[in-house]
Design a binder for this molecule. Structure first.
Ligand code: COA
Length: 336
């Protein structure tokens, strides 16, 4: 059986930096509260009316990953794109990337809807296609534009200070080498908590014409809702469970991890997990301070930066883990 390896990584974030001080001008919040509760200092937002979209940022990240892998866009056999903020209701951004990268082959393009766990879910799908021999080279992308859909008033402050825009991408390729690349992936969900972190409408359960007809100034279902405390409590448990599941499956323990790249949900969540699992600061990568929570993009952005900084080396044991809306949670263990 083939193994899949990550042979190229790339990331792209919009130029526009939005600091906590910038948010203070829009809503009743302050830098001290945001940093103390989340660790975030600034995030990126696309420029209103600018060139960056979920698919274009995904393509920009993908171009770098493709170059780093030493291949061309036409070598790609399949695209998997994770996002909760697609350019359009339909079609999904996967086919837009195929167009934007000028891929001539009529390859498949799959869109994945698993929010913060979306990148690991996508990686898992790509890994299965490679392991079964169906495809040799797969492009996996996570990209989000949150900024235009956030409630930038005091009403939405518990959510809007957290999220940021950006994209990350990885090229996965088949290898005949044993015990290398993606060792295993682990996917979970608990749908009974679907509405605890969700954007409900307008949607097929509340079509946009009905929404407009109501014309209710207090309407807020078009903004994301998050039960922050409940999400936090579940996140710290599920992250540890799913990391341990990956370690147990491969006969490793926490001390063997060279780098844990957790989904950048909240610095306090990452620090809690680090402490509980007795990991050193060198073993855990965080960049939420600069980008906020970029949902499906956070892991590939963090992995790409960690790699650029030399924090991921050949032979390293790298663990990816995520938790978020759904609830969904997931992990991947990679022997680099
Ligand atoms: N600025 C200032 N005050 C704020 C605020 C903001 N941006 N957001 C909320 N507050 C206020 C609340 O109104 C509340 O005030 P009150 O005590 O007068 O009612 C107080 O701060 C505490 O709110 P609470 O929601 O209990 O804070 P918290 O300690 O739980 O922190 C989160 C809020 C969102 C940072 C935290 O719950 C969290 O990180 N949750 C998980 C988030 C996450 O990971 N989401 C993505 C999943 S992938």
């Amino acid at each position: 059986m083939k193994q899949s390896r990550i042979t190229g990584l790339g990331h792209y974030v919009p130029d526009r930096v939005v600091t906590n001080q910038d948010l203070e001008k829009l809503m009743d919040t302050n830098d001290a509260w945001i940093q103390e509760r989340t660790g975030i200092k600034e995030r990126r937002h696309v420029k209103v009316g600018g060139k960056d979209t979920t698919s274009s940022m995904g393509s920009a990240a993908a171009k770098i990953a493709i170059e780093k892998a030493g291949i061309t866009a036409n070598d790609i056999d399949f695209i998997v794109f994770a996002t909760l903020s697609p350019d359009y209701y339909f079609p999904g951004p996967g086919v837009l990337v195929q167009k934007q990268l000028g891929i001539k082959k009529e390859i498949g393009a799959l869109d994945v809807r698993n929010q913060c766990s979306g990148f690991i879910y996508s990686l898992s799908v790509a890994d299965q296609f490679i392991k079964t021999g169906m495809y040799k080279t797969i492009l996996v992308i996570g990209s989000e534009v949150h900024s235009g859909g956030l409630d930038m008033t005091t009403r939405g402050r518990n959510v809007s200070v957290i999220f940021g825009d950006g994209a990350g991408a990885a090229v996965l390729q088949a290898t005949d080498e044993k015990d290398i690349g993606i060792l295993s992936t682990h996917l979970h969900s608990e749908g009974q908590h679907a509405e605890e972190l969700a954007l409900i409408g307008p949607s097929t359960t509340d079509w946009v014409d009905k929404y407009i007809e109501r014309n209710d100034p207090d309407e807020s279902s078009h903004f994301p809702y998050m039960n922050g405390n409940f999400v936090f409590k579940n996140a710290v448990i599920r992250f540890q469970q799913v990391i341990n599941e990956a370690l147990d499956k491969n006969d490793f323990s926490a001390k063997d991890i060279n780098l844990l790249v957790p989904h950048q949900a909240n610095l306090r969540i990452s620090q809690f997990i680090q402490k509980q699992m007795m990991l050193s600061s060198d073993q855990v990568y965080n960049n939420i301070q600069k980008y906020g929570n970029t949902t499906a993009a956070s892991i590939p952005i963090a992995m790409s930066e960690a790699f650029e900084e030399g924090k991921i080396q050949k032979g390293d044991l790298v663990c990816l883990a995520a938790f978020g809306s759904g609830f969904t949670w997931a992990s991947a263990l990679i022997q680099w």
